[in-house]
Design a protein around this ligand. Structure first.
Ligand SMILES: *Cc1c(COP(=O)(O)O)cnc(C)c1O
Length: 423
């Protein structure tokens, strides 16, 4: 029986000692009621919340879980290195090994720098582009997420307009708007930032159009600016290379994080020789950036990426989920909007501008042990099984029934805040 008394008690205590009770993407404030805020453990493709409820987890910690929570081989490498030495006065030799391995796997990359969060990597990319070009302006896709620093946070509270100076926006996949943004940057263009796919929240995902990716590369080559692909979220989930290898375009810099150490804290910036000199001349560091144990975990993760069929498996599992959900929706007279690569699915309802169907469905799913997200792309991990998918499809079928029986519902009130976030 699903209960949430422990979660409620923790939330009450959190209200007193954690601002807002929780912050950032980890806050469940904007999710349907009954989403648990606190978890107790995780294993493979499953999560247990603070009340002991078990979920098949399709969020993968918002990206870090690629091979399953608590993966034995990866964690064994982590623990062994932790016992030998983790955060030391200098890095271990594993840093060099990991840089060698990642540059071997990622076609455009000749060098690597390691840090802790995706934001560290995107911020270093920004600095390296400005150092390399001695120019200021960066061109970015409107609505794309690149991290939580003042220059890129989606919620502007606590930032000033000068934190975001020298930024021009384009529409993802729209060549004309990209060209217009580059034109506006004039002779001051330092970089074009691109997400590997359009994976913004609340809207359908889009694969990169080949002509858009090609034009971004050309515009950088024409102006001397650097092309940056922010692969923090999608990296190694779509390819065993930079995600834009899928469209045959090599960036100058790519930022990585989330899955690269299967949940252990590590991120990376990879670059080509063109940007090496500039990369060597920015000041970049952090107390925990050189810790050895997460690098040991990353080396093991890279081995699994190279040597297993995890990619083909997550694609097949995602496709089976997608097809099954469409069939179940159809049986109940609903239509879903499923977008993006199957292994990075985003699932919303058609004809649901106020998200009321989506919220009712996700709420029914969570109470039955399936952790889906109503407006953020989800993640398929390699520990998920066909049996997990079958069970999810059965539960999804029940959840569609619940939504149908509920009849018309009002727009989701807590999402009214979105109107205040737009530029
Ligand atoms: C998560 C994310 C980041 C920021 O990574 P953090 O580790 O949260 O700092 C940057 N870019 C993209 C595309 C992301 O998904």
């Amino acid at each position: 029986m699903w209960t949430n008394s422990e979660d409620k008690a923790l939330r009450e205590r959190a209200e007193a000692v954690i601002p807002g009770g929780m912050y950032g993407h980890q806050s469940v404030r904007l999710l349907p009621d009954d989403y648990p805020q606190f978890f107790e453990r995780a294993s493979g493709a499953h999560l247990w919340d603070a009340d002991g409820n078990k979920y098949t987890d399709y969020m993968c910690a918002y990206g870090p879980n690629l091979f399953g929570y608590g993966h034995e081989g990866i964690d064994a490498a982590y623990i062994a290195q932790m016992k030998k030495g983790d955060t030391m006065t200098g890095p271990s030799g594993l840093m060099v090994t990991l840089a060698e391995e990642m540059t071997r796997m990622v076609t455009h990359a000749d060098w690597a720098m390691f840090c802790k969060n995706g934001t560290d990597a995107t911020t270093m990319a920004l600095m390296i582009a400005r150092q390399h070009t001695r120019k200021k302006t960066i061109v970015l896709a409107k609505g794309a997420y690149h991290g939580a620093a003042p220059w890129c946070t989606p919620l502007k509270n606590g930032t000033t307009p000068s934190d975001r100076a020298n930024q021009v926006f384009y529409t993802y996949n729209d060549v004309e708007s990209l060209e217009a943004a580059v034109k506006e940057a004039g002779d001051d263009l330092a970089a074009i930032f691109a997400s590997p796919i359009k994976h913004d929240t609340f809207v359908d995902q889009e694969d990169p159009a080949p002509d858009y990716a090609r034009r971004a590369r050309e515009l950088c080559d024409e102006t001397g600016a650097l092309l940056i692909v922010d692969d923090v979220r999608a990296g190694f989930r779509l390819a065993r290379d930079c995600s834009w290898a899928r469209v045959g375009i090599e960036p100058d810099l790519s930022s990585w994080g989330k899955a690269i150490a299967n949940g252990h804290p590590l991120s990376a910036l990879l670059g080509s020789d063109k940007a090496r000199e500039a990369a060597a001349h920015i000041y970049a560091t952090g107390s925990y950036w050189f810790s050895a144990a997460p690098m040991a975990a990353a080396i093991e993760t890279m081995k699994l990426i190279r040597e297993t069929d995890y990619l083909e498996r997550t694609q097949a599992l995602g496709q089976r989920l997608r097809t099954g959900l469409d069939e179940a929706a159809d049986r109940h007279g609903f239509a879903l909007r499923q977008s993006g690569p199957a292994e990075l699915p985003l699932i919303m309802f058609a004809d649901d501008p106020g998200f009321s169907k989506g919220y009712a469905w996700n709420q029914a799913l969570i109470k039955r042990g399936v952790y889906f997200h109503p407006w953020h792309n989800m993640f398929i991990c390699a520990a998920l099984t066909d049996a997990d998918i079958d069970q999810t499809l059965e539960i999804a079928d029940e959840a569609f029934k619940v939504v149908k029986e509920a009849g018309p519902l009002p727009p989701v009130e807590k999402l009214a805040i979105l109107a205040t976030l737009s530029d």
